[in-house]
Design a protein. Structure first.
Length: 463
C-alpha cells in the first residue's frame, strides 16, 4: 500500500470542501447525511445499517424506500423496507428490481445502484458482479428534480461505502471464526490420528529386529558345525516359519499404514480446500457416492482392530442393504470424518451391559432408514444411526452433547476435547441436515439425518 503524505490529504480535503460547495445541499439534506453517518457509526451490525438506510429518507423527506442486495448470480434480493423493516423471506410476493450501473425509473419509484468503496475494491477480492453491492429504491409518484436525483445518488454512495466496510468486517470475523474452527478440526481429525504413525514405526522396528535375529540365526546354520541333515532341516524349517510370520506381520502393517495414509490424505484434502479460505466456511464438494462402500466400510474397517482390542462387538445393519439403495450426493471427505468421529467416540465410551440372557456384552450398532417427506414434500430424509452400549445419558446431557467443548460426566479417564460431535453437527447442518442423541435403556443412539438428493445422470458420469 503506497504511503500517503499530509500534503496529499490536505489537497483532498480542499477538493471535498469545493465539491460540497458545488453540491449546494440544503440544511435538511445535510442533516440527513449527518444523521445517517452518526447512526451508521453507532450501530455495528449489517441489519442495523439496512434499517438506518431506509429510515432516513422516510423521516427526513417522507419517501418510502427498499434496500436490495446483489447475489452472486447478479439478481437483487430484497432485505429491508421502510414499511416492514428487515425482510426475512424476499420470495413472499415482493417485486424485484433490475441490477444496473445507473439509476432508472420504475412504476412510481426511482432505483439507484449501491456501489462499494473504490479503494476497498482494489485491495479486497469482493465477490459481487460489477462491484455493485445492491440497489436502493425510492418511492416517488412525482418526478424527482435533477437536484434530488443527485442527492439520492450521493446518499446511495454513502450507503455503499458503509455497507462495503461492514460486509468486509463481517467477512473477516467469519474468516477468523472459521480458522479457529479449522485449527480445532485439524487437531482433532488430523494431528491426533497422525500420532498412530509412532505406533506403526514401533511395530516396524520390532519386525526389523526379528529379521535381524533371523539373519543371525541363519549365519549360525551356514557354519554347519557338525550338525546332522535332520537337525539342519528342522532348524531351516523353524527359520522358514519365523520368516513367514514376520513377512505376514510386515504385510499387515504395510496395509494398515496405507489405510491410515489414505485416511489422513482424504481429511487433509477436505480441510485445506482453497474454497474454504475464500468463503470463510466449509464449502461442500458434493459428488454422488455409494454411502456404504465408499464412506462407511472404509472408515469402519480402520476401527475394527480397535473395537476388537476393547472387546466391542460390531453389528453393521447396513451389510444386507443393496449398494444401489445408499447412493447419495454428499461431500465424501466431510461425511467420512462424521463417521470417523462417531466411531472414535464409540471406541472410547462404549461400556459393558448385561443382555436379557444375563450375558456381559459391549457392542456398537450401525443402521440406516429412509424417512418419507422428512424435509418437505418429495424431499425424503436418510437417517444414519450409531448405537453404543453403556449408561444412558440424561436428557440434559443428550441435548448438549453436540455443543463445542461439552464432555459428559461419565467420560472417565478417556482423553478428549469435546470437539468431535460439534464438528459432526456443523458438517451435517451445512449439508442441510440435523443431528441428535436419544438415550435408551442400555445405551445411547446417536444419529444424523440428511436430505436424500436425487443424483442426476449428468453427475453420475463424472469422477
Amino acid at each position: 500500500m503506497p504511503k500517503i503524505s499530509l500534503n496529499h490529504i490536505i489537497r483532498r480535503v480542499k477538493k471535498k470542501k469545493e465539491d460540497y460547495h458545488k453540491y449546494n445541499f440544503d440544511r435538511l439534506q445535510e442533516e440527513a447525511f449527518a444523521t445517517f453517518f452518526d447512526l451508521a457509526q453507532e450501530y455495528t451490525s449489517l441489519e442495523a445499517l439496512y434499517l438506518i438506510s431506509v429510515a432516513v429518507p422516510k423521516i427526513f423527506f417522507g419517501h418510502e424506500s427498499k434496500l436490495y442486495l446483489v447475489e452472486e448470480d447478479n439478481t437483487a434480493r430484497l432485505v429491508c423496507t421502510s414499511e416492514k423493516g428487515i425482510v426475512a423471506d424476499s420470495s413472499e410476493g415482493e417485486e424485484t428490481v433490475e441490477v444496473t450501473d445507473s439509476y432508472y425509473r420504475k412504476n412510481g419509484s426511482f432505483v439507484f445502484p449501491i456501489r462499494g468503496n473504490r479503494a476497498l475494491r482494489k485491495r479486497v477480492p469482493f465477490h459481487v458482479p460489477n462491484q455493485i453491492l445492491g440497489m436502493f429504491e425510492i418511492t416517488s409518484e412525482k418526478n424527482l428534480s435533477d437536484r434530488w436525483l443527485f442527492f439520492f445518488e450521493k446518499y446511495t454512495n454513502r450507503i455503499g461505502y458503509n455497507l462495503h466496510q461492514k460486509m468486509l468486517i463481517q467477512q473477516n470475523i467469519e474468516h477468523i471464526k472459521f480458522i479457529n474452527r479449522l485449527v480445532a478440526d485439524i487437531e482433532h481429525n488430523v494431528i491426533t490420528p497422525n500420532l498412530y504413525y509412532k505406533l506403526f514405526f514401533r511395530r516396524l522396528d520390532r519386525i526389523i529386529k526379528n529379521f535381524e535375529a533371523l539373519r543371525s540365526d541363519f549365519e549360525e546354520i551356514k557354519r554347519l558345525d557338525g550338525k546332522s541333515a535332520e537337525e539342519l532341516v528342522e532348524e531351516l524349517g523353524n527359520l522358514q516359519s519365523r520368516f513367514d510370520k514376520n513377512l505376514n506381520e510386515l504385510r499387515k502393517q504395510t496395509e494398515e499404514i496405507k489405510k491410515h495414509y489414505e485416511h489422513i490424505s482424504l481429511f487433509l484434502e477436505t480441510l485445506f480446500r482453497r474454497e474454504h479460505f475464500v468463503k470463510g466456511t466449509y464449502v461442500l464438494k458434493e459428488q454422488p457416492c455409494n454411502f456404504k462402500r465408499e464412506i462407511l466400510e472404509p472408515v469402519l474397517s480402520r476401527y475394527l482392530p480397535k473395537f476388537k482390542e476393547r472387546g466391542i462387538v460390531i453389528e453393521n445393519l447396513l451389510e444386507d442393504v443393496p449398494d444401489d439403495e445408499i447412493e447419495l450426493l454428499v461431500d465424501k471427505g466431510l461425511i467420512s470424518q462424521v463417521f470417523d468421529n462417531y466411531f472414535s467416540n464409540a471406541v472410547k465410551y462404549t461400556r459393558e451391559i448385561e443382555d436379557y440372557l444375563g450375558h456381559k456384552i459391549k457392542f456398537v450398532s450401525c443402521g440406516r432408514r429412509v424417512l418419507k417427506d422428512y424435509f418437505g414434500k418429495d424431499i425424503d430424509g436418510v437417517k444414519f444411526t450409531v448405537f453404543t452400549t453403556g449408561p444412558p445419558l440424561s436428557e440434559e446431557e443428550a441435548s448438549k452433547v453436540y455443543e463445542e467443548g461439552y464432555r459428559g460426566q461419565g467420560m472417565g479417564i478417556e482423553l478428549g476435547a469435546g470437539h468431535g460431535l460439534s464438528f459432526v453437527k456443523h458438517v451435517i447442518e451445512i449439508h442441510g441436515g440435523e443431528v441428535g442423541c436419544i438415550p435408551q435403556k442400555n445405551g445411547n443412539l446417536f444419529y444424523f439425518i440428511i436430505p436424500k438428493k436425487r443424483v442426476s445422470k449428468k453427475l453420475e458420469g463424472k469422477d
